[in-house]
Design a protein around this ligand. Structure first.
Ligand SMILES: C[S@@+](CC[C@H](N)C(=O)[O-])C[C@H]1O[C@@H](n2cnc3c(N)ncnc32)[C@H](O)[C@@H]1O
Length: 219
């Protein structure tokens, strides 16, 4: 297993891995491959199931310290959340999900991982989780809704530390079906720029995710 430039993220044969914490050894979250080396257990990170893994394989460089506080919007059943939880061994992932059905599976992931705080809430209303979520180092959003850039903006204004980072996964068809994917990404980028965010990078997630891009910003 080779460490990468990102602490907590490993590579083997061009595949990404994170380390399963001691208390989770032998436990899979989404049927991922487990590999033991030197008494440590690693979980494969599938870029076809996690847009963050896809973005990393396509050249995303992101600073996630082991003690980072992360606000994750659109946690679903916890696939990507679980890998972030592996990375921030001394940090916390605040995982917001609006669907009670998805949240049931997310709760199962949280039972063994003490650094995930599940929040059943609508990210359209960041004020609703003010009593739970502190200022954070990273806001990650994966919500396929037309107003996704606006949701992202309002959560950044409420929760992101001045030196924090934001990462939004954009589904082109959710923005406007009439636009070509690249035009949809440009529309989101210009909206974020009008909100005075510094757009650092846009990464097309093909071939892992069709018509999706990751857009990284700084406030
Ligand atoms: C594409 S899935 C996320 C997959 C997940 N990020 C992963 O990689 O494991 C999008 C999720 O966003 C949730 N969602 C949609 N609108 C939301 C909102 N307004 N607030 C919170 N979650 C929302 C959906 O219920 C769905 O579970």
């Amino acid at each position: 297993m080779q460490p990468t430039d990102h602490p907590g993220i490993y590579k083997r044969n061009d595949k990404l891995f994170t380390q399963n914490p001691e208390g989770c050894k032998g436990t899979r979250v989404y049927n991922e491959q487990l590999i033991t080396e030197d008494d440590k257990e690693y979980r494969s990170w599938n870029p076809f199931r996690s847009k963050l893994a896809a973005a990393l394989l396509k050249g995303l460089s992101i600073d996630i310290a082991t003690d980072a506080q992360i606000l994750y919007l659109g946690a679903a059943t916890g696939t990507t959340v679980s890998h972030l939880s592996d990375i921030v061994t001394n940090g916390v992932v605040y995982a917001v999900e609006t669907s009670p059905v998805a949240a049931i599976n997310l709760l199962k992931v949280c039972e063994k991982r003490r650094n995930i705080i599940p929040i059943l809430s609508d990210a359209n209303h960041p004020e609703r989780y003010l009593s739970i979520v502190p200022s954070v180092d990273l806001i990650y959003q994966d919500i396929s809704q037309r107003n996704q850039a606006d949701i992202f903006t309002r959560n950044i204004r409420t929760y992101l530390k001045p030196k924090g980072s934001g990462l939004i996964m954009v589904k082109a068809r959710s923005i406007d079906v009439a636009l070509k994917p690249k035009q949809a990404y440009e529309l989101v980028c210009s909206y974020l720029q009008t909100q005075r965010f510094n757009v650092k990078k846009t990464i097309d997630l093909e071939p892992f995710e069709k018509d999706h891009a990751a857009i990284a910003i700084k406030p």
